[in-house]
Write a protein that binds this ligand. Structure first.
Ligand SMILES: Cc1ncc(COP(=O)(O)O)c(C=O)c1O
Length: 463
């Protein structure tokens, strides 16, 4: 039987090179959760090193929490690791904390009242209540598909209701796309920094991730072509309008080049449009440029609220039957009641009113960031939730995040978004929409500005 045998970097001690290779293989999905690492003697023979080198390397990887040694049976890739991506980001808030780590829309003062109105209306509509109680079927979801299609079309995202599938939100949409396009062991390409939910889901599904560099114009299409040449992938996940976390937008030129490459090399595009920007701030959707090979993922999480768990995927009709089956296997269908609430909300003027307010509020909050962090390198996009701050001088993201947390402010370090073994830049994502109000945001920004103007803590603790 052949065993997993890594390529070792020629630099540094052998045990460390092996530990790095194992970590990389785990992060890239080559050693999936639950996989047993090769028996130590066999790997030692295969690599031409001593058993002691292998023991040291395995111990090092165990220290980093990626594997666990079980007496008598071997060393295994930890299964919990599969879900860690998200667990690391989502920590419980504590008293007095301004949490700018989560991605939330700014809370409209009338949002609750608006939700209450739709809920009350449904309680007085026997037909809607009947539908809410019974298992939803494709037919009963037709109204919701039409409501989503009408609203998206009114936003310049023209879709045919026949191309839509109602989901339980963006994460569900991404999972469905991955489950119909890729099998365990297949490769998924993504921008080198990406949405943690997709990294986590890819890992859980034992997919291998291919990290692709990007710059201020978005994903580097030439680098993407080179990656595909070396390690062909089946699908590319990306956020063309508002890259999470960096706020970069894919230029029109790159969109065209990307679509041409996808057609030439025959890979799928998973276009995440969950972060919804004003029409004037958006480019041409990829699903309009390449409808035959793009799954567009949308949810109401960033416009109405994440608690609703409602969204859609738009896909070519050739894929819809498979997506429907995958949804049925996973959860039968999204809750009819929630879909009805979200559908009515979108159909009403309320959703547009809340959204108009949201864009205005974001403009004010972005101006506050420019004012408070004016001397630093900060990227923001009109209508977006994030400020991506590249740290000055010797500041390190992880240390800064800890300092801020001790001072009552939570932000997300770049590390959270790294795909595979991508090296994290020294940067943080500040979700300026997540502050409960402007006052809390001002307070948090002052804490961040102060921490940045102080000297970075020393980190040289060895000789
Ligand atoms: C880029 C992106 N896609 C998808 C999602 C998940 O959306 P949902 O909450 O609807 O599952 C998020 C949530 O933050 C996101 O930032």
């Amino acid at each position: 039987m052949t065993i997993w045998k890594p390529e070792l970097s020629p630099e540094g001690p052998r045990y460390r090179a092996l530990a790095n290779a194992i970590e990389r293989a785990i992060n890239e999905g080559k050693l999936p959760p639950g996989e047993r690492l090769p028996p130590q003697r066999r790997l030692a023979d295969a690599l031409g090193v001593t058993v002691g080198t292998i023991t040291r390397a395995y111990a090092l990887v165990e220290q980093s929490g990626l594997v666990s040694a079980q007496v008598g049976s071997g060393t295994f890739v930890k299964v919990e690791r599969a879900c860690e991506g998200f667990a690391r980001v989502i920590k419980a808030p504590h008293e007095g904390l301004v949490d700018l780590g989560m991605s939330l829309p700014p809370p409209h003062p009338e949002r609750q009242a608006s939700l209450a109105r739709f809920m009350t209306a449904i309680t007085q509509d026997p037909a809607a209540l009947d539908q809410a109680i019974n298992y939803p079927l494709d037919d009963t979801m037709a109204t919701q598909r039409r409501r989503y299609a009408d609203w998206l079309t009114s936003q310049g995202l023209a879709v045919d209701p026949q191309e839509l599938l109602i989901t339980q939100g963006g994460t569900n949409g991404i999972t469905l796309a991955l489950s119909v396009l890729l099998s365990p062991g297949d490769r998924l390409a993504a921008e080198a920094l990406s949405y943690p939910g997709v990294i986590s889901t890819a890992r859980e599904r034992s997919l291998k991730t291919v990290a692709v560099p990007f710059d201020e114009e978005g994903i580097d299409v030439e680098a993407l072509a080179a990656r595909h040449e070396r390690t062909p992938f089946k699908a590319l996940y990306l956020m063309p309008e508002h890259h999470n976390p960096t706020t970069v937008q894919l230029s029109e030129k790159r969109r065209e080049a990307l679509v041409a490459l996808a057609r030439e090399r025959d890979f799928w595009l998973i276009e995440d449009g969950v972060m919804h920007l004003p029409l004037e701030a958006r480019g041409t959707p990829l699903y309009q440029l390449a409808p035959e090979r793009t799954i567009f993922v949308f949810s109401v999480a960033k416009i109405l609220g994440g608690g609703l768990r409602s969204g859609v995927v738009r896909a070519p009709t050739s894929l819809l039957a498979q997506l429907r089956i995958a949804l049925r296997n996973q959860c039968w269908a999204p809750p009819a009641l929630i879909s009805e609430i979200a559908g009515r909300w979108l159909e009403s003027n309320d959703a547009d009113r809340l959204l108009a307010w949201q864009f205005e509020e974001l403009e004010v909050r972005q101006a506050m960031v420019r004012e408070a962090l004016g001397g630093f390198e900060v990227a923001m996009r009109r209508g977006g939730f994030y400020a991506w701050l590249t740290l000055p001088g010797e500041h390190r993201a992880q240390a800064l995040v800890e300092t801020l947390e001790q001072n009552g402010v939570r932000v997300a370090p770049a590390e959270t978004f790294c795909v595979g073994s991508t090296a994290a830049p020294q940067a943080i994502r500040i979700c300026l929409s997540a502050a409960p109000d402007r006052e809390a945001l001002a307070q948090a920004l002052a804490v961040i500005a102060r921490a940045l103007s102080e000297a970075a803590p020393p980190r040289w603790q060895t000789v």
